[in-house]
Write a protein that binds this ligand. Structure first.
Ligand SMILES: *Cc1c(COP(=O)(O)O)cnc(C)c1O
Length: 360
């Protein structure tokens, strides 16, 4: 199979460019740019027909295999206009590497990670004017892959599509970081070891919706998931990993196959260590956190993920036990690490790990 390169990408620009949205009212995931990238795969040819075309509906069979059996994966990252006016991404190689790990688990084909990144860069250059520049805004990048056979049998699809769409998104927190209230879920579980928890597989999110609804019913923003075996150890929150500052040290659950290995999580661990902090990746029981709260050593709690970067947690509640963290206010270190990471993303501060990726 021939290796694809940038000159293989067919570009068909739209004749009807859309009006750019008002940056004050972007929200998340509702507005899409003028173009998208698509390529197809089959067993004989491998990946073929890479193209950048007008953003629009796909024509798909009602027998589409992935609609029925969920052979579908995705990624999420952000593009920014940095302080020099250039397009920047944050560690995008990690997203394509993770997409390939998800693909392997869902029996989808491997991508050429370099080519996928090149395709994204070409798409970003074409839709550059869609990248919002107001503080806290960004262009959300959603690569995804799904089985495209028209077939009702349960099997790995022989035809696959890979698509990248772009969505200008608003500031997650308007007017500074705000703490969230989190519901500790001890009835439903999100994932189990040996399953697909480490993959960004569509079905993981379908399975989490009922727990999310329950949290909302109690007046909580998100669900804290416990492990799928004993429902005792902390896993993660919604689409975020979680950190606890206890007695001056930073604790986060170790990756165990059922937790999504967040790129923000990895970046925060590296930055904390770079800043001279102590980080422990290990099993953390919910009881340990309740005890720390009771004896006054629980200092801060925050979630980490691409969407919010850092999302402080002000309260934990499991239906019986309620923990107020840091008086329900954003912690000092949450603010500091947020400034540091977003500063690197925008090219404003020292980038000790070369994470700022320029698109030229
Ligand atoms: C995407 C995601 C995260 C965060 O990953 P990042 O790479 O930091 O955005 C955490 N948990 C789940 C379940 C996710 O889907």
């Amino acid at each position: 199979m021939a290796k694809l390169n940038v000159t293989d990408i067919k570009i068909e620009l739209t004749k009807n460019p859309k009006e750019k949205p008002n940056q004050e009212a972007l929200g998340f995931g509702k507005i899409f740019t003028d173009h998208m990238f698509i390529m197809d795969w089959n067993e004989e040819q491998g990946w073929y027909d890479p193209r950048i075309v007008e953003f629009g509906n796909l024509s798909l069979s009602p027998a589409l295999i992935s609609l029925h059996y969920g052979q579908s994966i995705f990624e999420g990252m952000k593009a920014y206009i940095n302080t020099n006016g250039d397009i920047a991404l944050f560690r995008p190689e990690e997203n394509f590497a993770r997409l390939n790990r998800s693909a392997e688990r869902l029996a989808l084909p491997q991508l050429d990670e370099k080519f996928a990144l090149t395709a994204l860069e070409e798409l970003l250059k074409i839709d550059k004017d869609w990248i919002p520049t107001e503080e806290g805004t960004s262009l959300y990048v959603r690569p995804f892959m799904f089985g495209a056979d028209e077939f009702l049998g349960v099997k790995a699809s022989s035809n696959v599509k890979f698509v990248i769409i772009l969505s200008p998104s608003g500031a997650y927190f308007k007017g500074g970081l705000q703490p969230n209230k989190i519901f500790v879920e001890d009835e439903y579980v999100r994932a189990v070891r040996g399953g697909t928890g480490f993959a960004k597989a569509a079905g993981n999110y379908a399975g989490s919706l009922l727990g999310q609804k329950k949290a909302e019913k109690f007046g909580y923003a998100q669900t804290l998931w416990l492990d799928g075996v004993e429902q005792k150890y902390i896993e993660e929150v919604g689409a975020m990993n979680i950190f606890f500052k206890v007695d001056g040290k930073y604790l986060t659950p170790e990756l165990n196959g059922s937790i999504l290995p967040g790129i923000t999580r990895d970046s925060i661990i590296k930055l904390l260590k770079h800043n001279g902090e102590i980080v422990e990746e290990r099993k953390i029981s919910i009881e340990e956190i309740y005890e720390a709260a009771d004896n006054g050593t629980l200092e801060e709690v925050f979630g980490t993920g691409t969407a919010a970067v850092i999302s402080p947690v002000g309260e934990l509640f499991d239906g019986k036990k309620k923990v107020i963290v840091n008086n329900g206010e954003t912690g000092e270190y949450s603010k500091k690490i947020y400034e540091q990471l977003t500063g690197i993303q925008l090219g404003k501060v020292e980038d000790p790990f070369n994470w700022h990726h320029l698109v030229k």
